[in-house]
Design a protein around this ligand. Sequence first.
Ligand code: GAL
Length: 430
Amino acid sequence: MNAITRLATVISLATLFPLGAQAADPKGTVEVVHWWTSGGEKAAVDVLKAQVEKDGFIWKDGAVAGGGGSTAMTVLKSRAVSGNPPSVAQIKGPDIQEWGSLGLLSTDTLAPVAKAEKWDSLLSKKVSDTVKYEGEYVAVPVNIHRVNWLWINPEVFKKAGIDKAPTTLEEFYAAGDKLKAAGFIALAHGGQPWQDSTVFEDVVLSVMGADGYKKALVDLDQKTLTGPEMVKTLTELKKLATYMDANRAGRDWNVAAADVINGKAGMQMMGDWAKSEWTAAKKIAGKDYQCVPFPGTDKAFTYNIDSLAVFQLKAEKEGDIAAQQDLAKVALGENFQKVFSINKGSIPVRTDMLNDMEKLGFDACAQTAAKDFLADEKTGGLQPSMAHNMATTLAVQGAFFDVVTNYINDPKADPADTAKKLGAAVKSAQ
Ligand code: GAL
C-alpha cells in the first residue's frame, strides 16, 4: 500500500468509525457544567465521574474555572440563551427556582429515581424544598458545606507565639498582630467579590448573631441593613481587612489556602471546601491544621448545599436521560455521599448519615460540622449563605458583592455611608 492509499484507507475507516463514535457508549452521555477545578475539588468530582462511567455512560466534563461559580453561571446562561444548555449543571439555592420558571429544567426526569431511592425520607424538608420546582425534584443535592470556618496552621501560630485559636474578634485581631510581627501573612485571602462577601457574612454573623444575620442577609430588612449593627459590622470588617494579604487582588481561594498550608500565612476564612486542599496535600485535621468556627459564630452554621440540576432533553434522547438519572442515583447513594464529601471537605446531605460520622470515617472537622448542623437546625442558628447563592437571588447577591468589595478595597470608605449604600443597592436589585 502506498502512502496515498494508506491515508485514503485511514480516512474512510475514520468516516465509518469516527473516534468519538467508536468510543461511544450506546447507553448515553451526560455533560456536566460545574466549577470544581481546584486540586481537591477535582479529586471529589472525579469520584462521580468514575462511577457514572463505570455504569456505562459517557461523562462530558464541562468544568469552568473560577471558584464560587460566577464564571460558570455566565457560561451557563449564554449556553441556555443560545439553545445549547448542558444536560446537568451545578445550580444552587433560590436560583434553581429561577431556572425552573424558565421551563429549562426537567420536572419528570428525576421523579422515578427519587421515588425508588426514597429521597423524601433521606433529605430534610429544607433541602428537598430547595431542589424541587413546583413540588418535583429538578436537582439532586450532593453535599452540605459549612461556610463560617477559620482555618489555622498551628505550626505558624506556634512560631508567632499564639497558643490558642481565637474565639472572639478581639482575640482574632491580637493573633493577627502577632502573626504580622513575626513576618507572616495574618489572613490569607483572595480579593474576588465572592471571597470578600464570604468574609463579610462571617463578620455579620459574629457581630449580629444568627437573628441579625437572617434579618439582614435573608429577609433583606432595610432597617437592619442600614442600622447601627450593620455600621458596627462594617467597622469591624474594615479592621479585619488590615490583616488580609496585601497581594490578594484576583487571587483564587485555593492559592490563598496554599499559603496557609505551606506556612506562609496563619489563617484563612473560607468554607470547608478549603479542607479539600488540605486533604489533597495529605494533611490531617486536628494535627496539621485546625478548623474552628469563625470567632463569635460557634452557635451558628451558614450552609451551602451543592446541587446538580437536570435540564429538559428531547424525549428521543432516551440514553442521555438515562445518564442524567444514573448520575442522580449515584449522587445520593451512601458510598458516594461518603467518598465525595471526604474529598470535598463537606458533610453528607443524607440525614441518616449525619449521626454516624465517626463510624463512617469522617475526620474531626466533619464530625464537628455534622454535630453543629443538627444542633443549629433546632435553634435557628442554621442560616443560608448569602455569598454562596443560598439566601437570595443572584441579582441581590450581586448588589452585596459590589458594595462589599468596593468597601474592602477603599480604606477611606465610611461604614455609615456604606450601610446606606448597601440598603439602597439591595432595594434596587429586589
Ligand atoms: C462554592 C461551592 C463549593 C466550592 C466553592 C469554591 O460556591 O458551593 O462547592 O466549590 O464554591 O469553588
